[in-house]
Design a protein around this ligand. Structure first.
Ligand code: NAD
Length: 300
């Protein structure tokens, strides 16, 4: 079993590190939060004093941090100067493609092998070890990261070269944000036209309007399989995180010259929803803003 450094033990990283420890790996865990370190210890990890101590002597180094600036600084200050040349470096955070490529280049220039491996699936999937990983990097980097990622996920897919994992993640989530907003406004219109919403679901989920946002994650309570809509839009994937991913997608579209009007519209809608108090609600709760009966002061 390997000695693995794990940096960033938050909502996602906490469960992921616990699964590596459960699989028998020695996990040297670091986070700025003492609570996170205490929880990691309870789950079989070894808390250490700082990121450099976690990295030193590790065969694999996993980071799960909030955004690109955190990844860039942890890599520059702690990972690149202290990592063993034979270690595999795996960043699972969702960050912008440019930062992912620049950090991977800095690692490569220092003789280190790094992959970007953002995830699909939320906190429950992180805890259960059923995440999907989209991996960007060399064939060799992928082959070395895969056995470690396997312990935290149900699928590990090689998306392409450095940054390709992040590119796949933000493209997927741009599509998800746009289809959820479209699904929400469709149900709001169906209701205004007097349709029974379960009947409309039965029709559209078997017709050409079908999408994952409708059939697996319907934003209407009581319609389709159980979803966060049936739990007051608690849990699931927070609207603030959807907005973060849509902003990353829009930045990438601008930088690459891609025309993404639907993604832009989804970003605007989620920005408005977050500004009106929806940040902590599941992203399917956008239907509450689109359905004009929602009172934003109630937030629920
Ligand atoms: P989080 O805020 O709960 O956890 C991030 C952790 O990083 C915190 O515990 C924080 O203390 C720690 N941290 C920040 N700077 C640090 C540093 N310099 N050194 C050590 N630790 C540091 O966030 P999360 O929900 O776990 O998300 C992590 C990443 O996963 C994000 O990029 C997010 O976009 C992505 N993601 C989240 C979800 C989700 O449902 N939460 C789903 C898919 C992807």
């Amino acid at each position: 079993m390997a000695k693995i450094a794990f940096i960033g033990l938050g909502n996602m990283g906490g469960g992921m590190a616990a699964n590596l420890a459960k699989a028998g790996h020695e996990v040297m865990a670091f986070d700025l939060s003492q609570d996170a370190l205490d929880r990691a210890r309870e789950h079989g990890c070894t808390p250490v004093a700082d990121a450099a101590a976690a990295v030193t002597g590790a065969e694999a180094i996993v980071t799960m941090l909030p955004a690109g600036k955190h990844v860039a600084s942890v890599y520059a200050d702690s990972v690149i100067p202290n990592a063993d040349k034979s270690a595999i470096l795996i960043d699972c955070s969702t960050i912008d493609v440019d930062t992912a490529r620049s950090v991977e280049k800095q690692a490569a220039d220092a003789g280190l092998n790094m992959v970007d491996a953002p995830v699909s699936g939320g906190i429950a999937a992180a805890d259960a070890g059923t995440l999907t990983f989209m991996v960007g990097g060399s064939e060799d980097g992928f082959a070395r990261a895969q056995p470690i990622l396997d312990k935290m996920g149900k699928a590990v897919i090689h998306a392409g070269d450095a940054g390709a994992g992040q590119a796949a993640k933000i493209c997927n989530n741009m599509l998800l944000g746009a289809t959820m907003a479209a699904t929400a406004e469709t149900f709001a219109l169906a209701e205004k036209l007097g349709l029974d919403l379960q009947t409309f679901y039965d029709i559209s989920s078997k017709a050409s309007g079908q999408s994952w946002s409708m059939t697996s994650y319907c934003p209407v309570p009581g319609v389709g399989p159980e979803t966060p809509a049936d739990r007051g839009y608690q849990g699931g994937f927070a609207s603030a995180l959807m907005l973060k991913d849509l902003k990353l997608a829009m930045d990438a579209a601008k930088a690459s010259g891609a025309y993404t009007p639907m993604g832009g519209e989804a970003e605007e809608l989620y920005q408005r929803f977050v500004d009106r108090g929806g940040a902590g609600l599941d992203f399917s709760a956008i239907i509450k803003m689109i359905d004009d009966s929602w009172d934003p002061d109630k937030k629920g």
